[in-house]
Design a protein around this ligand. Sequence first.
Ligand SMILES: Cc1cc2nc3c(=O)[nH]c(=O)nc-3n(C[C@H](O)[C@H](O)[C@H](O)COP(=O)(O)O)c2cc1C
Length: 300
Amino acid sequence: MNPGNTGDEHNTFCNAVPQMAGTFKALGDLTRLQIIYLLSTDTSGTLGVSDLAARLGISQPAVSQHLKTLKNEGLVESRREGFYIYYTVNRERMVEFREHFEQMYTSVMEKCSREMIRKTTRDRPIRACVIFYSYSGITRRVAEGIRNASGCDLVEVRTKKPYTWLNLFPTGVMRARRQACDPIEPGTIDVSGYDLLIIGTPVWTGKPTPAINAAVRALTGCEGKMAVVFITYLNCPGEALEILSRALADRGVRVMAEISLDEKDTKNPDAGSELLRKIIAADPLRGMDDGITERNLNVT
Ligand SMILES: Cc1cc2nc3c(=O)[nH]c(=O)nc-3n(C[C@H](O)[C@H](O)[C@H](O)COP(=O)(O)O)c2cc1C
């Protein structure tokens, strides 16, 4: 398995690097940052060179020079009205910069997480697997983040008949409430080769999803395995974690940690690595031979 960024993501990031370097250079100056601050806090949209010079206490040519640098990087825009030229911050460019920065941050944090795990290697690598269901992609992004940061395996459970917006609430919610099992693919999930199972689901009406209920039933070779369960939800986790943990315990799985991720947690672009850090801190393999607390999660 080849964990980490896909080629496409890598290329997008590489293409963005020269632009980011230019932006960092343009912003790496106190006066230019002050200009950005003044422009962004101005509600009139009518700040010109002379106003900026007066507020900053520097000459107009100096302001013009700084504005030119900011404009060249696309960070600032200008418009002419009669004799006057007014300056504003280019919001789209700022949004793009933030996206590039987050991409860089995620990529760096994934590498840091791998390094963190590598440093905690004691003896043989442990084999971990994330088993998850996701309807709208949030849990998937978290699960993929764990995979990218650790190199572990990923099993996405899908309902044989996907929910639509029409039947999601009447049928999906009702089935979740009844703790029913949906027909899923894969039909069996053999976990005999893993040391640690990481099982994640969104919360539906305060309960685990019918697909993850089915996934717990579909496990084979799970007796005695250690597991961490996680849920993603908006603001009301209900009893989802307890129910999922109980179902796993009924299958002989030892749930060593339960982790909840609310909307704020899942909005973090680094949510997968953050969860992995929480998993390592929870020390799910405690008690495994010789007091080993943390092991290598199959990092390549
Ligand atoms: C049918 C349905 C029921 C939901 N019920 C709850 C709930 O009871 N409490 C809550 O906080 N969020 C609830 N949510 C929000 C999801 O749990 C949350 O957005 C989750 O992170 C979505 O994960 P996913 O994108 O992997 O499907 C519900 C969402 C759906 C679609």
